[in-house]
Design a protein around this ligand. Structure first.
Ligand code: ASP
Length: 306
């Protein structure tokens, strides 16, 4: 059995504001990323390679808030965070506050595979990238007019920009189970529009935005990062399965529809368990998401299914 689930962020534009062309572009981006990861699993590749490939595609797509298309800090810069985890060894790697790395998830993976550390930040993370021969890009690489306009609206104090509606939709992530029974998860983001003081969200925090353990599940989260850190969302879902004998679906629902709303934590997760069961749950208006299991066709959704 193998399978893959991906997300392109929770929150989403209100349905009324989503044009058909816009929706088509998001769906195409999700399908492309899902296809890239699934092709690896289909050929007997690892879940780690599958989540990396899917997240790289989403990072390269300007529609999503990761890599090219990342949101801006209050002073008009981009600071990127990412993490990755492998469920058989519990090895993990993460990076935060990057300014010049085209595909942060690949650097997170290099931290996991080529360093003795788990989480590297800012200039130090980029020094490490240099030693690994990573491609550096200028900050202008991340620029998109749409994200710049969002920053301008935040700077102007637009009252309609509260919550997740527009301030940080588009974080990306993937979870996979491969033919060998190994789980993996990865998440990548530009964080929240208008963030300050080198704010770091949940995406590069192992146990908050990302977790993978072959004894339970793999999880990638998206949403208001501060709450996801406080609730240790990804690890809580795994722990409910391991110690509380919950199914994946039960554990995900308890956290996303119970724990998080109780602390005003808006967002969602994609998750997969060691049997290939997939859960894609959110408490926001929508979540860009897609999944595919062995022997089944792809599914791509934005809003809640009837
Ligand atoms: N969780 C991300 C953060 O707080 C943002 C998001 O998922 O939209 O940085």
């Amino acid at each position: 059995m193998y399978g893959l689930a991906i997300h392109g962020g929770a929150g989403t534009l209100p349905r009324a504001d989503m044009s058909a062309a816009h929706e088509h572009a998001y769906r195409a981006g999700l399908e492309q990323a899902l296809g890239a990861g699934y092709a690896i699993l289909e050929c007997g590749g690892t879940s780690l390679d599958a989540v990396t490939a899917a997240v790289v595609r989403l990072e390269d797509n300007p529609l999503f808030n990761a890599g090219h298309g990342a949101v801006f800090t209050l002073d008009g810069h981009n600071e990127l965070d990412a993490s990755i985890m492998e469920g058989s060894s519990l090895k993990a790697g993460a990076v935060c506050g990057l300014s010049h790395i085209k595909n942060p998830v690949q650097l997170a993976r290099a931290v996991m595979e080529q360093s003795d550390y788990v989480l590297l930040s800012g200039a130090g993370a980029e020094d490490f990238a240099l030693t690994c021969g990573f491609e550096f890009v200028p900050q202008s690489y991340f620029f998109t007019p749409a994200r710049w306009r969002q920053l301008e609206r935040i700077q102007s104090g637009d009252p309609n920009l509260s919550g997740l509606t527009i301030s940080h939709i588009g974080t990306v992530g993937a979870v996979a189970l491969d033919d060998q029974g190994c789980l993996a998860a990865a998440t990548s983001t530009g964080g929240m529009t208008g963030k300050r003081f080198h704010r770091i969200g949940d995406s590069p925090i192992i146990g908050a935005g990302t977790y993978a353990d072959n004894r339970s599940c793999a999880v990638s989260a998206t949403g208001h990062g501060e709450m996801f850190i406080r609730a240790a969302v990804a690890h809580d879902i795994s722990a409910r399965m391991r110690y509380g004998n919950r199914t994946l679906e039960e554990a995900v629902r308890e956290v996303v529809l119970g724990v998080l709303p109780a602390m005003h934590g808006e967002g969602g997760v994609v998750a997969i368990d060691a049997h290939g069961e997939i859960a894609m749950e959110f408490n926001s208006e929508g979540m860009f998401r897609a999944c595919r299991k062995a022997g089944e066709g792809p599914q791509v959704h934005i809003y809640r299914q009837a």
